[in-house]
Write a protein that binds this ligand. Structure first.
Ligand SMILES: [Zn+2]
Length: 243
């Protein structure tokens, strides 16, 4: 009996280097923040939310997005970022993409450099100080763009291709019907996370478009999936698949 126990001991000892060798050949885990490649054969859509963050409505949207495993893109007002930084940190930690929607929601057309910087550069600095990176898309309020905006943007300018005008009637049913009937592969949907009706509508849209086979991606993921490099000062509205 004693003899048999010793043979097991030597066998295990002999296997140890082999197991270490095998372990060193296992693939390393991908870093948590790596952008996962998305197959471009999927139907893709990007949900975007302007005018937040807002303490009364944004947390419920973030909960709903988390529950559904959906990443969205938020175009933020700098002044409100300063008032609710914890919401912005949460967005970044949940994997949502963040962009600039000016410091206090003014049209950017016709502004001189100093006034433009007071809206865009100031918001970029606020976000960078909070998050530790400064790579933010720009969405000008009202979607108004001129040559000065393109010249001074310092980042890609992201508009939209589906607009349910959720600020207007504030009808969940109408907004959902509008989006679901209009959306096509590669669209960018414009909503506002400052209205409770928009939060309800967005979550219903996600559930219906999931059923219809859509995958929700951030703006950056949408263009990356289709091999389009976003350029500073260029305007983008959607990214349909190539014919
Ligand atoms: Zn806005």
């Amino acid at each position: 009996m004693a003899r048999r126990n010793w043979s097991w001991f030597w066998l295990i000892l002999a296997l140890c280097p082999l197991m270490l060798l095998l372990r060193s050949h296992l693939p390393a885990a991908a870093p948590a923040d790596a952008v996962q490649p998305i197959a471009d054969s999927l139907k893709l859509v990007a949900l975007t939310f302007d005018d937040g963050p807002k303490t009364r409505t944004t947390p419920r949207l973030l909960d709903g997005l988390d529950q559904r495993g959906v990443k969205a893109t938020f175009f933020l007002i700098g002044k409100q970022v300063e008032e609710a930084p914890e919401l912005v940190t949460r967005m970044a930690q949940s994997g949502h993409q963040l962009g600039i929607h000016t410091y206090d929601h003014v049209a950017l057309t016709g502004l001189n450099q100093a006034d433009f910087d007071a809206q865009v550069a100031r918001t970029r600095q606020t976000l960078a100080a909070l998050l530790g990176y400064d790579d933010f898309l720009l969405r000008p309020p009202y979607g108004t763009v001129d040559d000065g905006v393109k010249r001074n943007a310092g980042s890609p300018i992201i508009l939209w291709s589906v607009d349910p005008e959720d600020w207007h009637e504030r009808s969940v049913q109408r907004e959902v019907a509008h989006i679901v009937s209009k959306v096509t592969d590669g669209d960018i949907i414009l909503m506002h996370d400052i209205f409770p009706e928009s939060v309800d509508a967005a979550l219903q849209v996600i559930d219906q478009l999931h059923q219809a086979g859509y995958t929700f991606v951030t703006v950056e993921e949408l263009f990356a999936a289709r091999g389009v490099t976003l350029e500073p000062g260029q305007v983008y509205r959607n990214c349909p698949p190539e014919e």
